[in-house]
Write a protein that binds this ligand. Structure first.
Ligand SMILES: *Cc1c(COP(=O)(O)O)cnc(C)c1O
Length: 346
């Protein structure tokens, strides 16, 4: 039985990257690659990003940061922001991966590992601007800067960035977060050089709130053409991935597709519309490995059906599907399992 395909367009990814860059300039784009590049596949995403001239890559953990370094070779900057073990710190030092630092405890471990190895850690200090999800509190900031400047003096670290993450719950809260952020940046300037990479915003705020952008913007979703849930379409941005399943049987006025919840699609998506060769149709039922879709004239075994993608054949986008079940488009892509074959189409 044929497996569904996630068809990836390198051209579309490059176009999206160009559109994002135009929009956010002069802020520099850090392409975010967490969760296997949002389910698209890390190697493909990095290679396409490099060809499009990306210089900053964002990875959640050190392990994928090291993988990105392997693909990149000596070029480009990689930022891994999750608090990591000492072994992972060692790997980051060996493979030139920048570390995001959101606690005094983690900072102390990084300084200790860098001193032990005679290496210099590139770090980005995180200020908690209100999300309370890892980050130094404003009252811890000066003490952390003291530790950083002392470690800089003996060559164990280099402060290359200050960052935070926005809640994006309301504009007013994000404005408050920016004030806390800018205060932290200013305080870094009273103790030494203000680092080059100041980054606060992800896709939505980078796109819609120019006044919040720093010198770098960490953007995942919009590069892959995933718009925000309940958010508008974006000019110049379209999905880079299309999920295509094949008709395996035809019965009366229904067609069976090789697609099911074992592929990672929530079965609660039954009722959604898909793009068939005869146009938009309802997906009636979803089982483990097969689904039933309302038929079309001339349907035949082997016909391709677009489950989600750019909408060219009447299918929905991943975000439109996500909205049906109260989640975000990223989740539809990252849930796809290894049964789904990733195929690069252009
Ligand atoms: C996921 C993530 C991003 C990117 O968010 P998008 O909305 O996909 O652009 C940026 N920064 C951090 C810390 C993240 O976890």
């Amino acid at each position: 039985m044929s497996r569904p395909e996630l068809r990836l367009s390198s051209r579309r990814l490059a176009w999206n990257i160009a559109a994002v860059r135009d929009r956010i300039a002069p802020s520099e784009l850090m392409m975010v690659l967490k969760d296997d590049a949002y389910g698209h596949g890390l190697t493909w995403a990095v290679e396409t990003g490099v060809a499009a001239g990306i210089g900053w890559f964002g990875s959640y953990d050190v392990r994928s940061g090291v993988e990105i370094r392997r693909i990149l070779g000596g070029h480009g900057r990689i930022f891994a922001w999750v608090t990591s073990t000492d072994d992972e710190i060692d790997a980051a030092l060996r493979h030139d991966v920048d570390l995001g630092v959101g606690s005094a405890e983690y900072l102390a471990r990084i300084v200790a590992r860098a001193r032990a190895r005679g290496a210099r850690a590139r770090i980005h200090l995180k200020i908690d601007t209100g999300l309370h999800r890892n980050g130094l509190l404003p009252e811890e900031w000066d003490e952390a800067l003291t530790v950083v400047r002392a470690a800089e003096a003996d060559g164990a670290v280099e402060l290359v960035g200050i960052w935070s993450h926005l809640a994006e719950a309301s504009d007013a809260e994000d404005d408050d977060a920016r004030r806390v952020f800018m205060d932290a940046v200013e305080r870094s300037g009273t103790t030494g050089r203000v680092p080059e990479a100041l980054h606060l915003t992800a896709s939505a705020a980078s796109w819609w709130r120019p006044e919040l952008r720093g010198s770098v913007s960490r953007i995942g979703a919009f590069c892959y053409g995933i718009r925000s849930a309940e958010g508008p379409e974006l000019e110049g941005i379209a999905p880079v991935a299309e999920l295509v399943a094949t008709v395996t049987a035809v019965h009366g006025d229904e067609a069976t597709l090789a697609l099911g919840s074992f592929d990672g699609l929530p079965s609660t998506l039954a009722g959604m519309t898909v793009g068939t060769p005869g146009g938009r149709r309802d997906l009636i039922r979803m089982g483990d490995v097969t689904s039933v879709v309302a038929g079309w004239p001339g349907m035949a075994v082997g016909d391709p059906v677009r489950v989600f993608g750019g909408g060219d054949h009447g299918e929905s986008s991943a975000t439109t599907l996500a909205e049906r079940i109260d989640t975000v488009g990223e989740e539809i892509l990252t849930r796809l399992t290894a049964r789904v074959r990733r195929v690069i189409v252009d």
